[in-house]
Write a protein that binds this ligand. Sequence first.
Ligand code: UDX
Length: 463
Amino acid sequence: MRISMIGCGYVGLVTGACLAEAGHQVVCTDNDPARIAALQAGQMPIYEPHLDAILAANCRENRLSFTGDAGEAVRAGDVIFICVGTPPLETGEADLSAIDNVARMIATEARSPKLVVEKSTVPARTGRQLKRALEVYRRNGGGEFRVASNPEFLREGTAVEDFLHPDRIVLGVEEEATEQQLREIYGPILEGRFRCPVHSPACPSTKAPQMVVTTINSAELIKHASNSFLALKISYANVVADLCERVGADIEEVIRAVGLDPRIGPQFLRAGLGFGGFCFPKDIQAFIRLAERAGVDFGLLKEAERVNKGRVDLFLEKVRRALWVVKDKKVGLLGLAFKPNTDDIRFAPSLEVIRRLLAEGAQVRACDPKAMERTCTIFPQIQYSHDSYEVARDADALLILTEWDEFRHLNWERIYRLMARPLVIDGRNLLEPEMMKEFGFEYDSFGRPSDSLTPALVPALTH
Ligand code: UDX
């Protein structure tokens, strides 16, 4: 199948590379000439595990190419995936201007019938607007346009695996022909006919992905509903964690038992600093606004958002309670990315933590395996080191903000000796409190018993 990708962010690149790997002919374009030039030169504009390998292989085998000429890309594909960003507007609604611009571009450049597929995350009823835009902008007798929705559920850090081994593929279509065309595109993924860069020598035998075929409106809503529910689960776990601290229970044990119920499931119940990234915060907002415009008050999600925004406050209260005075204290940060295995810091809780520590006069040093360069563009005034031990040296406190595996495997005995005060506050419950106690650390985290640092409210409740 001849496929075009409009937008070379992580969704466009992962989708393009994986569909090329599935045997399709894929041309990608982006309105950022520097990004296209970098991709044509084989340079990766983002860090995403396995993406560089699958991109390189498919470019080498001429199934994947990049062009700065959007018209050429449109004409090269029978199916055009729109993968542009839909960032939040001030109002919280999704900014759909990039979608509108792409519709205009496709309508003016196309010379033959096209299937236009929404891959970007958009609010329900966008497909209808997209179809109308393609009609009103159509020029040159470009043939008819069909529109479909095909939301992605890719997680940063595991996006290639998520695309090649999806739980479900959702198709929002209006015509039989459109369904058939998309089934043909995803056939190799469904049947496992691809070289998987993630699993070698062979992929684990997993349940075949479900193909969900529905209307465009429902498909668009499925994406927002899925992300918002995952965010809700996280905020729920975080409130339970706060309660655990007050009644002397352990969130990890509570959540493990709760998650054993298959009706609930263990995933996305990890308490900590809350959710960040480019998806959850904006998708919740857009979903709340969509509901509002439809006359539905999504108070549930507003509360999940409020709880999430409060995680950094609670975390900094722990820091202040432990340090007493924050001014002039040397504070080391382990982790900046919004989650491990990505260089992405968009809406990362770490940014708010840094901003607030600097405002209180702390001296901040930070370490992150992938996200220091991006963070340095926002906070050039703090120190960065690739060496966690350098960040711990003479520190008055060490704060864990992202649960990178490599931090779990640090030599904590050595860190104990390096720090001016062996105080660790773990915003991601990465470490074992018992282990840290044995090493002699003052240690605090979310929702788990800690001797020294938890406020003295508990006694009243234990009678
Ligand atoms: C998310 C969705 O998972 C994905 O399906 C969708 O396509 C895009 O948005 P992503 O933003 O990459 O993916 O990250 P995800 O792994 O979902 O984590 C989101 C945030 O929630 C991160 O900040 C993470 O640290 C936090 N999180 C996740 C928790 O705090 N607790 C958890 O149990 C899980």
